[in-house]
Structures are given as C-alpha cells and as structure tokens.
Design a binder for this molecule. Sequence first.
Ligand code: FAD
Length: 337
Amino acid sequence: MQSGTTEKLCVIVGAGMSGLLAARTLKQAGIRTIVFDEAREVGGRMSTCRFGDGVFDDGAQFFTVRDTCFAALVAAWQSEDVVAVWSHGFAKPDGSNNQDGHPRYRGIGGMAAIPTHLARGLDVRTAVRVSAVQHSGGYWLVQMDDGPTVRADALLITSPSEKSVALVTAGGYPLPTLVRAALENIEYTRCIAVLALLDGESNVPEPGGVQYSGDNGAGEPVWWLAENQRKGISPQASAITIHAGPRFSLENWDRTDDEVVTALIGSVHLFVGSRVREVRTRRWQYSQPVEPHSEPCLVAAETPPLVFAGDAFGGAKIEGAALSGLAAAEHIRRLLV
Ligand SMILES: Cc1cc2nc3c(=O)[nH]c(=O)nc-3n(C[C@H](O)[C@H](O)[C@H](O)COP(=O)(O)OP(=O)(O)OC[C@H]3O[C@@H](n4cnc5c(N)ncnc54)[C@H](O)[C@@H]3O)c2cc1C
C-alpha cells in the first residue's frame, strides 16, 4: 500500500493520548497521518469498559493540569463537553477528605471519551498491529501483521519503549546507541485492576475516589479505589475500580483472577458495602514509567524522521503524554518541510 498522493505522510504507531494529539497537530500543519493501533478501541491506557449495567474507567482515572499549553487544550475540551472537573482532591484510606484546591479532571462518560473525541476526523485504523518498521530508500516501510506495508515519509512510535525497540529491531534498523540505551532504560510499573459491579450502593466516600498512595498510605496492596457511579460515569449501577500497587501487581501477576480478586476486594471490603454481582480483572503490563526520559520526545533519525513519544518522555501521566505528542509533532513538522 502506497500513500497514493504527493502529500507527505506520517505513520503513527499508537492511538493513545500522545499519538492522537500528534496526529491532530500534524493534520493541522497539512501533513497526512495514518494512526495504527493494535487494540480494538482508541485510547490506550485511557480506557473505559462496560459490563452488566456498569461503566468502569479501568486505566487512567483522572488527570491534572500544570502546563499552559495543555491547560488551553483542556479548556477547549471542557467547552466541548468532553471533560469536566471531577474533584479537588480525594478521600484518604481513613475516609477523611483530602481537598487541596487543584482540579482533577475526568472524561464525561468515562476517560475514553477524550481519545474518542481526539480521533474524530483522523485516519485511525484499530485492531491493526504494526509488526516491524524498516528504513528503505529514504522512507519508512511500516509492516502490519499479516497485512500490507505502508510507505511513510515520517514515523512516530508511541508504544511502550520495550515494544518500540522490538519494532525497529524486527525491521533491521540500527538505532543510534544513545537512543537505544535511553529506550531500554525506561521501566514500567505493572498494575492489576479489579472491576466489581455491585448490587447496591457502596460505602466509598465523596467524591468517589480513595487514594492509598502517598503520605502515610503505602499504596500496597491497594493503590487506588474509585466508585464510578459517584464519579458520574456509571449512571445505572454502582461500579468500583480497584488498582493494586506496583509491588502487589508484580508479585501476584501470575496468580489466578480469583486469587487477586479475593485479596484486593478483601483489602477494601469496608468501602464495598454491597454484594459483588460480577467481577473482572485487567492486567496492565506497562502501567506507568518509573522514571521518564528527561526530554519530551526522542528523535532517532532526521531523514526520514523517526521519533519516539509517549508518557515515557517528559512528564509522565496523561499531561506528559499529551505534551510529548505535541513536541513530537512539532519535530516532525519541522523536519518534513
Ligand atoms: C492503571 C493505570 C492508571 C493510571 N492512572 C492515571 C491517572 O490517574 N492519571 C494520569 O494522568 N495518568 C494515569 N495513568 C497513565 C496514563 O494512562 C498514561 O500516561 C497515558 O494514557 C499514556 O498515553 P500514551 O499515548 O503515551 O500511551 P498509550 O495510551 O499506552 O498508547 C499507546 C498505544 O500504542 C498501541 N500499540 C502498542 N504497540 C503497538 C503496535 N505494535 N501496533 C499498533 N499499536 C500498538 C497500544 O495499543 C496503545 O493504544 C494510568 C495508567 C494506568 C495503566
């Protein structure tokens, strides 16, 4: 498959926050983009799932804003009814409220509403796994699993860094030593999420989130507890999300779902308050980078451009991923003109 046009084409691997924002920015600059994601839905770790009559944010729970550029984007999303302020702090494990005045934002209807909004009008192809990328004749050849090859003028890779290195290695491209070392240095915590649909109301205090991490809460075995009905995204049913801490997640990664559900629900039983009607688990192998790379993105090649971005660069979390996507798009735009 060729790009079929004289317009410059940038292929983006990953339709999470970083990849989608980069695609929108490049499109505004007149550069064509195709975004590939191996998942069935866009959003990556900004994920909302449904079962029974419950709606659950199972990955990222909320986000904060520090940077003025990101603040402008968030203000626009607010005016478009895509995001809302959830709270100005969360409860502590002892049930007391810990308001600090800083807004915490959520997607309206769930966190996935934000990437879904960002993907509108873009050429995003889901359920397509990129298996290798190859440098050939002044282009990037992007190989899909069992599928065609796309020839691109520029390539942006936003998958977890270990997977990004594997894509380039599979295509036989020798990454510069410092770039490879920077990518290989990035480690991620794991997170086991338990999602429980309740028969009645929970005892999770306002505003529907309990933060076990930080201060005197060790964050183990439970890091975070949310009640998605109180959060405002699960109107029909009380639906709780439990995130295990990084140590528990690592040590219990291979245990059965029943075992982790029993341990984690047992740890928060005072807040559960009602019978659990149905339960699911989700394992996030690449949950959050332990120590992001200091630069907002990594330019591995200039002609043709190869750039790595995502929350492993710059500032971590959703805001860091957004800023990384913007920075990567700016590099690619400059290199393609
Ligand atoms: C459990 C959990 C809780 C979190 N809580 C918060 C929070 O409360 N606040 C906050 O700010 N952040 C939180 N985060 C972090 C936040 O979700 C991420 O920082 C952010 O969403 C990362 O965006 P990204 O674009 O860098 O990567 P991702 O969202 O991971 O996107 C990368 C995409 O690449 C795709 N991909 C990978 N390999 C391939 C391939 N070979 N071919 C095609 N596609 C591929 C993946 O399917 C994925 O969709 C949390 C994350 C997790 C997992």
